[in-house]
Design a protein around this ligand. Structure first.
Ligand SMILES: Nc1ncnc2c1ncn2[C@@H]1O[C@H](COP(=O)(O)OP(=O)(O)OP(=O)(O)O)[C@@H](O)[C@H]1O
Ligand SMILES: [Mg+2]
Length: 246
C-alpha cells in the first residue's frame, strides 16, 4: 500500500486523486521560465515543514539560496525562521559558484568537477541536518547538463532517482521545459521519473493562460486534464474544476 504526501498547493491534491504525491517518489516539475517552478517547490517544502511535520531540504544548483529565500518571503513564508528551527535546510551546490568568476576557463573546470557524487553528498548532509522527508533539486537540468554524452546522462539520472528511493524522501526535481505552448519534445527525464507535473502557458482568447497538468503519476489515479493555475500573493493555486480548453 502506497502512502501519500499532500503537496499543500491549493487545488493540486484534488487533481492528485485527493491524496498527493506517492511517498518516496521522484517527481519532475517541468516548466518554462517564470512558470512558478521554484514557487511550487518552496510551497511544497514550507507546507511540509509547517503543517505536516516533514522537514525538507532545498538544493540549489543555480540561484543563490539567499536570493531564493528573499524572493519567496513575499508569499508570506518565513523561511529563515524555519531554517533556524531546523525544519528546512538550504544548500547551495551551484557548479558555477565553486570557481572564481573572473576566469571563464576556471568556471569550466568547476562545471566538470560537479557530478553525481557532489549532489549525493549534499543530499546526505541535508538529511542529517534536518531529518528531511522532502527534498527539492532546483533545477536538476544543471545536473544533467554535466553529462554531455546522452547515455551517461540517462544513467546519471537513473542513479540519482535510485539513490532517492533509498532515502525514502519524497522529492521534486525541477526541470526546465524546452519548447513553448503545446509543441514540445518529451525529455528523457520524463520517462525516468515516477511522476511528471507540467507548468505551461498557452494562448487562449488572445491571453496567456497558465496551465497545470499531471502528465503521469505512477501508483495513483489522477486527473490528467490540463487545469488553469495562478501565482497569487500566497503562492500557487490550481483550479481543479475549471478547464483550459472548451
Ligand atoms: N504575487 C504574485 N502574483 C502574480 N505573479 C507573481 C507573484 N509573485 C511572483 N509572480 C510571478 O511568479 C514568477 C516567478 O516564479 P518562480 O521564480 O517560481 O518561477 P520559475 O519557474 O522558478 O522561474 P525560473 O525559470 O526563472 O527559475 C514570475 O513570473 C513572477 O512574475
Ligand atoms: Mg526557479
Amino acid at each position: 500500500m502506497l502512502d501519500y504526501v499532500p503537496t499543500g498547493i491549493p487545488g493540486a491534491d484534488k487533481i492528485l486523486g485527493e491524496k498527493g504525491i506517492p511517498r518516496g517518489h521522484s517527481i519532475l516539475i517541468c516548466g518554462g521560465p517564470g512558470s512558478g517552478k521554484t514557487t511550487f517547490a518552496i510551497q511544497f517544502l514550507h507546507k511540509g515543514a509547517t503543517e505536516h511535520g516533514e522537514p525538507g531540504i532545498y538544493i540549489s544548483l543555480d540561484e543563490d539560496p539567499e536570493d531564493v529565500k528573499k524572493n519567496m518571503s513575499k508569499f508570506g513564508w518565513d523561511l529563515d525562521e524555519l531554517e533556524k528551527e531546523k525544519k528546512l535546510a538550504f544548500i547551495n551546490v551551484s557548479p558555477v559558484r565553486a570557481a572564481p568568476s573572473e576566469k571563464a576557463g576556471l568556471i569550466q573546470l568547476g562545471m566538470k568537477e560537479f557530478k553525481l557524487v557532489k549532489l549525493l553528498e549534499a543530499i546526505r548532509m541535508g538529511i542529517e541536518e534536518v531529518q528531511a522527508k522532502r527534498i527539492v533539486i532546483d533545477p536538476v537540468t544543471i545536473f544533467t547538463l554535466q553529462y554531455p554524452d546522452e547515455v551517461e546522462r540517462i544513467y546519471a539520472m537513473r542513479d540519482l532517482i535510485a539513490d532517492f528511493r533509498k532515502t525514502g524522501c519524497t522529492n521534486l526535481l525541477i526541470s526546465e521545459l524546452r519548447g513553448t505552448g503545446l509543441e514540445r519534445e518529451h525529455q528523457f527525464e520524463e520517462y525516468l521519473a515516477q511522476g511528471v507535473i507540467l507548468l505551461r502557458t498557452v494562448m487562449k482568447d488572445d491571453r496567456l493562460t497558465r496551465m497545470f497538468q499531471v502528465e503521469k503519476m505512477r501508483g495513483l489515479e489522477v486527473d490528467n486534464q490540463p487545469r488553469p493555475y495562478n501565482i497569487t500573493n500566497s503562492g500557487i493555486e490550481v483550479y481543479p474544476t475549471l478547464t483550459v480548453f472548451k
